[in-house]
Design a binder for this molecule. Sequence first.
Ligand code: 5GP
Ligand code: MN
Length: 340
Amino acid sequence: MNKVQLTALKTFLNTPKNIVILGHKGPDGDAVGSTLALSIYLKKLSHNTTVIVPNDFPDFLKWMPQSDSILIYEKHKEKANFAIENATLIFTLDFNSLSRVGEELQTILEQSQTPFAMIDHHQLPEAYATYQYSDVTICSTAQMVYHFMEMMGDLPLLDKDIATCIYTGIMTDTGSFRFSSTTATTHKVVAHLIELGIDNASIHQAVYDTNSPNRMQLLGVAFQNLVILNELNTAYITLSQEELDKYNFQKGDTEGFVNYGLSIKNIKFAAIFIENKQEGIIKISFRSIGDFNVNLFARKYFEGGGHNNAAGGKSNHSLKETVSQFITNLQSHKNELANE
Ligand code: 5GP
Ligand code: MN
């Protein structure tokens, strides 16, 4: 955020405001962690805050401080619309295109006269925010909330609950501090969070070690369905609606599956295609190691986006057609993916 915007925002936040904080559709640890952290912080500045996410978030995040106060737009439309109508500022966190909140909410936001403030680390931000804090070099929006508090001169307000939310966002978006987005600054921030008394081991356990037997069985199916395209150093997984239903799929169950593709020797590009009959789409996640830019790939072929090494998208075609389209698309990237 530039100095002019920061000063203006500081002045604006000098008196109590009604503030809505929005996360993206399919909320992950960073979306939930960053929105809750910001909300708890702004409440300490005497603002009235409402956190809204478009649809439900996984159970493995439902222990988070104040997570039960989050309005899920699909379920709490009336309350959420009321909060949006009465807001004097709308924060959008962990996304940078209004299309990321789903069509209905997107229309409402586009018609709103309320100023927006963006905190986000994805590529190519859209220009809807009066106050824009966008930095693609930072591993997570949660870490940006820490820096935002720092810029506001409010780090002394950082408490254990805020720290817990920030830690969860950083941990989940960095694959537990192993992706290249994890910097010395990330570790310094995390050191501070641990000094504030967060229980980092328990947070890890709550997020990663609460698997249901069904999820493990579904992972087995995913492994069975894994296809390796040796000459393109690419691996992909498919999961059909039937397979998801067989193992009583719950939100978040497929989180992280795509990363197994990348853990295979020589694989540079991994994808997972997940059928969603209710929405009539195939939801896709892309991951890469090194220079292959999955953000551009997702944008070009699958109405998506994200980061250089982690992105997502969707397709309105059948699972089979989507995969064959993917394989066709790959042919244009042989030079980048194949061994020299
Ligand atoms: P995931 O594969 O874990 O759902 O998402 C990976 C990254 O890509 C995240 O940063 C996420 O916000 C972004 N992403 C996922 N799906 C979409 C999409 O449909 N559109 C856009 N623009 N970004 C996406
Ligand atoms: Mn994020």
